[in-house]
Design a protein around this ligand. Structure first.
Ligand code: ADP
Ligand code: MG
Length: 234
């Protein structure tokens, strides 16, 4: 069980995340929704060790993860994707995957073998030797997920991986996410596509102005008046 407990993150005078708490269990898909600027990506960055919180802790069971650098966080089993994919553009798709696989495999042979397996899983084997920078958005998003998978996470944080995808690409990505849940991964995803979030997630947290204003099953949060007022609208 991964837990975010009372996390606050400020940027100067702006409180981007305010006393937020959240839990994600193995085999669970948890959705994080809220308006633009609500603090969703910042929260992910804190969980993944990209940003250090001003207050609060990130826990894996009893183990405190807060303050670990991103590569250490990856070794501890936490991986995130970025809203704007960040592949090493000059490297090929395969090289990107191998670099990520090296987080968990020391030997070059093992890293290559694992990268090949992950490439197969995300359906990019045929484009493995192409420069990552030349991939269209849908493929770049898949590579972004693949790079996270290559670190063998127990907690996977997906930041708007469906945005900008066509319906076919969305179906493929959703099927992959379901498969990962089935395998026991803990998944936390930020997404705006409400119909997909509602059908895919086991539980949802709603964030507004950095504050968790509601949490529960999709049905519970979508009938919460405060959520309707702040986010879902009329
Ligand atoms: P969301 O992902 O929910 O759209 P973000 O977490 O990206 O929201 O941003 C939350 C707030 O924090 C916004 O007001 C944003 O402008 C601000 N913010 C995000 N990152 C930084 C940063 N590195 N420096 C200063 N302000 C930031
Ligand atoms: Mg964001």
């Amino acid at each position: 069980m991964f837990e975010v407990r009372d996390v606050t993150k400020r940027f100067g005078g702006l409180t981007a995340v305010s006393d937020a708490s959240l839990m994600v269990d193995s085999g669970e898909i948890v959705g994080v929704i809220g308006p633009n600027g609500a603090g969703k990506s910042t929260l992910f960055s804190v969980i993944a060790g990209v940003l250090r919180p001003d207050e609060g802790v990130v826990l894996d069971g009893e183990k405190v993860l807060t303050g670990l650098r991103p590569y250490r966080m990856a070794r501890a089993g936490v991986a995130r994707t970025f809203q704007t994919p960040r592949p090493f553009g000059a490297l090929t798709v395969r090289e990107n995957m191998v670099a990520a696989a090296h987080t968990v495999h020391r030997s070059t042979a093992d890293a290559h073998a694992w990268a090949a397996e992950c490439l197969e899983r995300i359906g990019l084997t045929e484009l493995a030797e192409v420069a990552a920078s030349t991939l269209p958005l849908g493929m770049r998003k898949r590579l972004e997920v693949g790079r996270a998978l290559a670190t063998k996470p127990r907690l996977l944080l997906l930041d708007e991986v469906l945005g900008g995808l066509n319906p076919n690409e969305i179906d493929t990505m959703v099927a992959l996410i379901r498969e990962l849940r089935q395998s026991g991964m803990a998944i936390c995803m930020v997404e705006h596509a409400m119909a997909i979030i509602m059908s895919l997630c086991d539980r949802i947290y709603v964030i507004d102005h950095g504050v968790v204003i509601s949490t529960g099953t999709p049905q519970e949060v979508s009938s919460d008046q405060q959520v309707i007022d702040a986010y879902l609208g009329g």
